[in-house]
Design a protein around this ligand. Structure first.
Ligand SMILES: *Cc1c(COP(=O)(O)O)cnc(C)c1O
Length: 411
């Protein structure tokens, strides 16, 4: 049978894998323990045979979701987590030791930036660079460099990292290359096609898509040769070399740290994932229309959206994401408009700190997610005091345009 497309594959994933009683969704397994009748068997599972033991390390329901994410990312295997942050924590802490050097894009999610500060406090050297330019990444290299981290489209600035050139260089230098694909989603691109070693997704965002479950995932692309990575502990240097890194993330990062995805949340996310492509296409189309409208509005100073020709990485984005540009944009209003008053006039966009929902969400950045880090760090990350983030949803396009017209009309 020819390989199916993105949506067909996800829709039929559970059934084809043999869900119980012919169920079309993998059922929600709430059991926290998995029993065996043969002592040899439970020992074998502890020693690496596929199977379930204690739900902190996964359930049949989380495994079904992981299989879907693996197919979406065209990877080898995936591990799910309670949140995207748990997935990032597990990846960094399981693979980096004191004295190792991490090169990260400076254009990243605020909480990820905070997490990197924690890593640095524990002795991992962290250098933040402008990853829209691969040469900046290369210049940061040291003999202790182990890992490079970028976001495909940066939250919230929408900078598009030079993912292909960085990937090629990481391959030459034998560095672990981690791509956070949350904002582009595997529907617009996969980490695999840019040479990532590991691809991270927040499942709470577009993949789940309905703001009713949190989750995160790390996918092994199979492209990294872990036999040369110095930090893989002896027990995980077993089986195919391509699996060692993810095995260590599962043991040190999921089992020991405990940021486990529940079966309930996994089920909700899997239902959301069925319509990822449909929702994402509508989100992208709405965002393109709204960004164009706002850029031409006299009360708007600037719009940052990769779909606009004015965006610094527009050409790269068009190539990387197949002519789609995601649904996140940053907007600055002209001087003299009270930002909070404008936000309060809007009727459809919800004032909420989330993105990738079916509903349009809007949030001033400097006063919320980026408040804690202070003005200096905000300036470094390109977050002005007037910067508003919009995550465009799937509402009827005319309604969104009418609402923004109405709200801006008050000034
Ligand atoms: C939201 C987000 C995360 C964290 O995901 P949670 O599921 O909210 O923990 C990580 N990376 C990016 C780019 C995000 O937008």
């Amino acid at each position: 049978m020819p390989k199916n497309g993105f949506t067909t594959t996800i829709l039929h994933s559970d059934r084809r894998a043999g869900a119980e009683h012919g169920a079309v969704h993998k059922p929600i397994h709430p059991s926290s323990q998995y029993a065996y009748t043969d002592a040899h068997e439970i020992a074998a599972v502890f020693q690496g045979k596929p199977g379930y033991t204690y739900a902190r390390q996964g359930t049949p329901t989380t495994a079904a979701l992981e299989a879907q994410v693996t197919q979406m990312e065209q990877g080898l295997a995936t591990i799910s987590f309670a949140t995207g942050m748990a997935a990032l924590n597990a990846t960094f802490f399981a693979l980096l030791h004191r004295g190792d050097h991490l090169i990260s894009s400076k254009y990243i999610f605020g909480n990820t930036n905070s997490l990197l500060n924690t890593l640095a406090a524990l002795g991992v050297e962290v250098t933040l660079v402008d990853a829209t330019d691969a040469n900046e990444v290369k210049r940061a290299w040291r003999p202790e460099t182990r890992m490079v981290f970028v976001e495909s489209i940066a939250n919230p600035g929408t900078q598009v990292a030079d993912m292909r050139a960085v990937g090629a260089w990481c391959r030459d230098k034998n560095l672990v290359y981690v791509v956070d694909n949350t904002l582009s989603t595997p529907w617009l691109c996969t980490g695999t096609e840019f040479g990532a070693s590991l691809t991270v997704n927040s499942l709470s965002k577009y993949i789940g898509g309905h703001a009713n479950a949190l989750g995160g995932a790390v996918t092994n692309t199979g492209l990294y040769d872990w036999s040369t990575y110095p930090n893989i502990a002896e027990p995980y240097r077993k089986g195919p070399v391509s699996t060692w890194g993810l095995t260590q993330i599962k043991k040190k990062g999921l089992r020991d740290m405990g940021g486990t995805l529940s079966s309930d949340a996994a089920h909700r996310i899997a239902i959301g994932a069925e319509t990822l492509a449909l929702r994402m296409d509508k989100c992208c189309a709405n965002a393109m229309t709204l960004a164009t409208f706002l850029e031409n509005h006299p009360k708007v100073a600037s719009v940052r959206y990769p779909g606009l020709a004015s965006h610094a990485q527009h050409t790269r984005a068009a190539e990387f994401f197949g002519g789609k540009f995601g649904s996140l944009m940053g907007v600055d209003l002209v001087d003299g408009i009270d930002l909070f008053e404008f936000l309060n006039w809007l009727e459809i966009p919800i004032l909420a700190t989330h993105l990738g929902d079916t509903r349009t969400l809007i949030l001033p950045m400097a006063q919320t997610i980026y408040y804690e880090m202070g003005a200096k760090q905000r300036a470094l990350m390109g977050i002005s005091d007037t910067f508003v983030r919009i995550s465009v949803g799937i509402e009827d396009t005319e309604d969104l345009l009418a609402d923004f017209t109405q709200a801006l009309g008050h000034f």
